[in-house]
Ligand binder design. Structure first.
Ligand SMILES: O=C(CO)[C@H](O)[C@H](O)COP(=O)(O)O
Length: 238
């Protein structure tokens, strides 16, 4: 038995480094958001430089855009490159069959658009993110500011249809002000505990006026690389 006991951050780092195996010269790469994705961006910048790779990258947030430029990656937009080879991103929860909750960092809208534009989405995470069912992490839901209270009420009502019960709270920033996304929207975090029917709930939320996007990523990820405390990386497939 290994006596290595990596911290969560080191687990994120080894998962991110393992994802470099998916990157080949000439690829168009979607870059996720969050601390795990940041490890990947840094490792990718190093690899591109060391190996002289020509990569074109599409970041999923202003923060990732800044980091990618700092490490010397070539950055563009999805309008310039509408089809990407692979996106590498973190997750807040990884449930059965690679179902995900994302959006803890507030970038779920761009993350979902970029993942959808990619032939493959590879999730990278520390082992705490793997869960038997989704919902313990509060589900982020991005809403337009207009009528946000009313949209919140509609969200709560939808929960009753899908066996979900829990409080929603408007996300705030470090100053106690409403958190504003890169798309100038707001985020509700919905504490559910368990989501018995993620597909049903996700489809319903997508149809609610005022909801821009929700953090359920279903049928989108192709593989997940999980960094573990014993310094190994597990690959999860469907
Ligand atoms: O969805 C996300 C940002 O919107 C992140 O991928 C998610 O919150 C995981 O973050 P971290 O890698 O910092 O644990």
């Amino acid at each position: 038995m290994s006596d290595t006991n990596l911290s969560a951050d080191d687990q994120k780092r080894i998962a991110a480094e393992a994802a470099l195996a998916y990157i080949k010269d000439g690829m168009k790469v979607g870059l996720g958001t969050g601390s795990t994705a940041a490890h990947f961006v840094i490792a990718l910048g190093r690899k591109a430089k060391d190996e002289g790779l020509k990569l074109t990258c599409v970041p999923t947030s202003e923060a990732t855009d800044k980091l990618a430029r700092e490490v010397g990656l070539t950055v563009t937009t999805l309008d310039d490159q509408p089809h990407l080879d692979v996106t590498v991103d973190g997750a807040d929860e990884i449930g059965p069959r690679l179902t995900l909750i994302k959006g803890g960092g507030g970038a779920l809208l761009r993350e979902k658009i970029v993942a959808f534009a990619s032939s493959q989405m590879i999730v990278i995470a520390d082992e705490s993110k793997v869960v038997p069912h989704l919902g313990n992490f509060p589900l982020p839901i991005e809403v337009v500011p207009f009528g946000a209270q009313a949209t919140g009420t509609r969200i709560l009502e939808s929960g009753k249809l899908f066996g979900c019960d829990g409080a929603i709270s408007l996300r705030t920033d470090e100053y106690g002000e409403p958190f504003v996304t890169d798309g100038n929207n707001l985020i509700y975090d919905w504490a559910l505990g368990e989501i018995p029917d993620p597909d049903g709930l996700g489809e319903y939320l997508s149809r609610l006026p005022g909801v821009v996007e929700h953090g359920l990523f279903l049928g989108i990820a192709h593989a997940a690389l999980i960094g573990k405390a014993d310094d190994s990386v597990d690959t999860l497939n469907h």
